[in-house]
Design a protein around this ligand. Sequence first.
Ligand code: ADP
Length: 417
Amino acid sequence: MPDVHTLELVAALTRDISGRRTAARELAQYLGAEDLLLLIPDRVHAIHLPAFGFPQTLFRGRLWREFISQVIGESFAIAELSYPTQSERRTARGWVCEGNVVCVLFDGQPSLDRVQIVCSLIPLISAAFEGERTTIEAAGRAKIAQETAHKARELAEALDSVRRQLQATVILREEDIRQRQRIEADLERSNTDLQRFAYVAAHDLQEPLRTIVGFSRLLLKRYRTALDSDGQQFLDLIVSGGLRMEELINGLLIFSQVSGPFATKPTDAGVALKKALADLRSKIEETGATVTHDALPVVLGEPTQLIRLLENLLSNALKYRGEHPPRIHVSAGCRDSEVVISVQDNGIGIEPRYQEQVFGLFQRLHGSEYPGAGLGLATCRRIVERLGGRIWIESRVGEGSKFSFTIPLAANATPEC
Ligand code: ADP
C-alpha cells in the first residue's frame, strides 16, 4: 500500500508544469535514484512521450529506442544512455508500469519495492497527462481553426479584389466595344455618304461634259475655217481634255457602283470569262493577242462584278503589252474552299516596289502613251474584297505580269481545277 508521503510525491508530479522537474527529482530520490523519467504512450502517434517536457529528439536516438523496446518487451532493462544531454552518459534502469508507461530511473540503487508502489500509482499520472494533452490538442485545433479562418478570410478578400478588378476590366472592355461600334457605324455612314457623293457627282457631271465636248466638236466642224491655227488648237485641246475627263468620270462611276455587300450566288466563272472575252473581242483582234484558259469552276460570286473584274485584268494585259503580240493565259487552281484565278501576260511588267501601289485610286505608272484613268485595279481590288478574297501581283519588268485573286468556291460545286 502506498503511504501518504509516496502519494504526495506522485501527486506533486501531476501539478503544474513549472514544478514538475523538481517533483520528478524528489520522487527519484525517494526511489533511490538521481533522476526519473516517465514515458507515457501516445494514443495517436504510437510513441512514448516524455512526461516532463524533455526534448522529444532524445528518444529518437537508436539506443534510446532499443532500450524502450527492450523494457516494453521484457518488463525491465538496463543500459548506459545519454541523459538529459547527449554528452552526459548515465545508467538507466527501466520498468514497465500500468498501461505500458515506462518508468526510467537514472543512476543510484533504486528500491524495487518502492518502484512497484509508484508503478501501481501510474494510472493517476497518466490520467493527469491525458487531460493535459487533450487540453493542448484542443488548443492546437482551435489555433489551426483560427489560422484557417484567417487564411480563408484573406483568400476571400484576395478573390474579391480580383473579382472587382475583373469587373472593372469587363466594364472598360464593354465601353471599348461600344466605342468601336460607334466608330464603325460612323465610318460606315461616312463611307456610304462618300460613295453616294462620288456617284452623284460623276453621274451629274456627265451631262454638262457631253455638252462641252459635243459643242466643241460642232464648233470645229462648222467654223474650223473661220478660226486661225491657235483657235483650232485650243478647240482640239478642249475636246481631248473633255474626252479624258469623260474617261475619268466613267471610271469613277464604275468604281462607286462597286459598293455594299454583294448578293452572291453560284456563278460559273467560265461563263463570266467568255462574256469578258466577247466584250474585248475587237481589242484582242486589234492587238493580235492569243488568249488561252483553263476550265474555271463555279464560284460564289456576283456575275456582273466577276465579268468586270476579269475584263479589267484582261484589258490591262492587252494594253500593257510589250513588243510582241500579247499572249495571255487565264488559269485556275483550287485549294480547300476557294479557287485562285490568275491572268498572266507577257507584257511590260511592273517593278516590285509598285506592285502594291497600283491598286490605289488614280495610281498610274505610265503617262499618256497608255490611255487610262488609274481606276481599273482599284475597282478590281474592291470587287475581290467584297467577294471575300484577296488580289496580288507577281511580275518582272520586261517579262510580264501575273495578277491572281482568290474567290470562294460555290458549296457543292465540283471543282474543275
Ligand atoms: P489604268 O486605267 O491606268 O490602266 P489600272 O488601275 O488598271 O489603271 O492600272 C494601274 C497601273 O498599273 C497602270 O497605269 C499600269 O501602269 C499598271 N498596270 C496595270 N496592269 C498592268 C499590266 N498587266 N502590266 C503592266 N502594268 C500594268
